[in-house]
Design a protein around this ligand. Structure first.
Ligand code: 4AD
Ligand code: MG
Length: 429
């Protein structure tokens, strides 16, 4: 039976067989050191000419980068190895000798690597990122199930927009027009009225013509929506949720964070509660620092970074002007020119990772907003029904997975945070 590199510790001193690929190889005449990977981890296989036998030695000699094989060996503890183990090789069964693997161990340019994304994924760095992405997803589901949320799946093909019409991704739906979902939120609000606390996790699409290191055309969002939850509680849930994610990665992905040379002391500090400042305070702070920004304008990336630099935890910016936020956000009853919303800005210049708000629950105000935003009443009738039939205060938020991965992994571009990034000028591979 096969074992995996991640599991070799359970077989100390035993002979095991692992299906794997050769990542790299060194030889010193009488010994060959094979760097092997199987997806679960990396391990060194040591082939000693005098002990392994002629056939195994020959097979090891033939192995090229990314050749596939079954390796048989005895598991030894080795303190110097990152995984803590090493294999004394006793047998090799070659599956395929890979010829002319295009990605060598030297540095390549980004365009070359993006064209070879299907192979680039195999490197230790990309594997570490993908495994941390997976841990973030696992921890997110864990948090919501522990807190009695139901997972709900909103549609991806939608007849209308959820976040403004400028970035809609258009497609035909037989004879009708349809758009790929920008956010599941509106449907989640309906689900929250049926199930109380719900969340979704799925792909969302924005035809944004922005070529920045924070924007993807297709990205994944985690969106909770909660009946009877108001602004303050919404923020408390967000800080607990983000803390749970960061602490889970620290606990379960130490080795991968090390591979990425991530400064984990910065992540250790991420514990609830998070600091909060209002939009007004943020504007004042930026103006004091000489930023060209006026009340009523939205923040750009440099503004967000300047605010984040004041804190060593993620920071909530609350109460944005009603004018610049989405149509569904509830105005502050004491100050209707601002809304009960918050963006969560990650530390170290990673920008906004969460957008959230309390939602309008008054049907009359909701109808006014449809008019102000030029939204057809027919198309949104079902959404208005949620306010007509047993309306309740409710809130929710959306966490952008890729920006969260970029922050936790310490990456300078979101293109490495998703297996196959869809970007402004890239649909391949
Ligand atoms: O702030 P946004 O637009 O909020 C919503 O869509 C709400 N309907 C969510 C809700 O309340 N249920 O997007 C939420 C998050 C952002 O904070 C950001 O992290 C991420 O989604 N995001 C993007 N990530 C990568 N590429 C893009 N083009 C993104 N646009 C938003
Ligand atoms: Mg936003």
């Amino acid at each position: 039976m096969l074992t995996t590199i991640a599991q070799v510790g359970q077989h100390l001193g035993e002979e095991v067989t692992i299906g794997c690929w050769l990542y790299n190889k060194r030889s010193s005449g009488k010994i060959q050191f094979l760097q092997l990977r199987d997806g679960s981890g990396f391990i060194q296989g040591v082939v000693v000419k005098a002990e392994a036998g002629e056939e195994t030695w020959e097979a090891a000699s033939q192995l090229t980068q990314e050749s596939s094989l079954y390796i048989k060996g005895i598991v030894r503890a080795d303190e110097r190895a990152p995984s803590g183990y090493e294999l004394t090789v006793t047998g090799i069964e070659i599956i395929q000798i890979a010829q002319d693997y295009p990605i060598s161990l030297k540095e390549h340019g980004v365009d070359f690597l993006m064209d070879h994304r299907h192979l680039w994924l195999r490197t230790p760095r990309q594997r570490a990122i993908m495994s941390i992405r997976s841990e973030i997803i696992r921890a997110a589901h864990e948090y919501f199930y522990q807190h009695d949320f139901y997972k709900v799946d909103p549609p991806i093909l939608t007849p209308t927009s959820a976040e403004g019409t400028t970035e809609l991704f258009h497609t035909k739906y037989f004879d009708e027009d349809a758009y790929l979902s920008q956010s599941g939120q509106l449907y989640l609000e309906a689900a929250a009225m049926a199930l109380g606390r719900v969340y979704s996790f799925g792909p969302t699409f924005r035809a944004e013509k922005s070529k920045t290191r924070r924007h993807l055309i297709e990205f994944w969002m985690i969106e909770p929506e909660m009946a009877f939850v108001e602004h303050e509680e919404n923020l408390r849930i967000q800080e607990q949720f983000v803390t749970h994610i960061v602490q889970s990665v620290l606990k379960n992905r130490r080795l991968e964070l090390q591979t990425l040379e991530r400064d984990t002391s910065k992540l250790e500090k991420v514990t609830a509660p998070f600091p909060r400042i209002t939009y007004d305070e943020a504007i004042r702070l930026l103006q004091e620092q000489g930023h060209e920004i006026k009340w009523g304008e939205d923040f750009g990336a440099p503004d967000e970074t300047a605010i984040a630099e004041k804190f060593d935890k993620p920071v909530f910016i609350t109460h944005y002007p009603t004018e610049i936020k989405a149509f569904y956000m509830k105005p502050d009853p004491n100050r209707p020119e601002v809304v009960l919303c918050a963006d969560l800005i990650a530390p170290e210049g990673y920008g906004e990772i969460i957008g959230g708000s309390q939602r309008i629950d008054d049907p009359v105000l909701m109808e006014q907003r449809f008019q102000q935003h030029g939204l057809s009443k027919e198309a949104y009738q079902w959404y208005l029904d949620l306010r007509k039939y047993g309306t309740v205060p409710h809130s929710g938020f959306g966490l952008g997975l890729e920006r969260t991965v970029a922050w936790i992994c310490g990456l300078d571009h979101v293109r490495e945070t998703i297996p196959f990034p869809r970007m402004l000028y890239r649909l391949y591979p």
